[in-house]
Design a protein around this ligand. Sequence first.
Ligand code: TXA
Ligand code: MG
Length: 338
Amino acid sequence: MSKIIKINKNSPEVSKIKLAAEVIKKGGLVAFPTETVYGLGADALNEKAVKKIFKVKGRPADDPIIVHVADRKELKRLAEEIPEEAEELIERFWPGPLTLVLKKTERVPKVTTGGLETVAVRMPDNAIALSLIKEAGTPIAAPSANLFGKPSPTSAKHVEHDLGGKVDLIIDGGSTRIGVESTVLDVTSSPPVLLRPGGVTLEELREVVGEILLHPAVKGRASRVARAPGMKYRHYAPKAKLILVEGKPERVRRKIQQLLKKFKSPGVITTNEKHSYNGEVVFIGSEAKEIARNLFKVFREFDERGVDVILAESISETGLGLAVMNRLKKAAYKIIRA
Ligand code: TXA
Ligand code: MG
């Protein structure tokens, strides 16, 4: 089994951070918390170490990995050019759940970027992550610390479930605050293109840069959209088949009630406390923020309960709702309009 150490997320113990940083420096793998989800970290500039990430996750080699930094100086060494719009976004949202895709420098190995000439960089808003990066003295490449295709981990327990025994160290820093991954924004073109909705909302981005284009994958399903890096695979999926039901709340409720009769052991994800259904029902929250925080945990809980089908109510694609709906659509086996 992998070594697990508990670290205080408000004031990380220096000796423990040093221990974890040693593992990174030596080319090992450390799973660590961020404000979004847990990451599976390795020295971003060490090709051999990054290759291990792909192997352990079962991730296709052409799926690029986000590089995490603790200061802006480091960013300058990773990105060839930082457009004015990017500077403004960094000023407003870093540290925080915003990943920027930029033209990479020679220093960044192609293994890390999945063969691309661009690099995705973010500065996480989590004291453990920041002190780990600083102490390691190198940017840390980290995808979400789940097995490929599975829901991202929002606690150390989830990481252990997927990767226990396969990584050198797991840092337990408690449950993550946001629960869905960072927003990925391509700033190599103007206007910037939103590749993945996440912790920073589209509305917040537009307050800073005005016009932002949406990649078709943002509101679509993985299988239906054109190939784009990291977007062509089904993601975040629980073992159970997830059926997403879209439409007006009352119609959705009735449709789910009908569908429930068709399955042997179904589960329901509801966002309305007043909706009552037969079977395993989880009220996931009524606000997008709460729903985002609980989403992946609920997927995993349903798997543990052994349900074969999950019927999920849809929510409005505004604010964090855009990220929530994006994950639901990507995880969905089927999308139904009520
Ligand atoms: O919140 C997060 O972003 C978490 C934590 C650990 O930081 N990380 C995360 O990494 O979600 P991952 O690998 O699960 O997702 C990274 C996404 C993928 O969709 C990938 O395709 C995209 O970022 N990406 C990375 N580099 C890119 C690049 N150069 N161009 C376009 N997309 C890129
Ligand atoms: Mg991931």
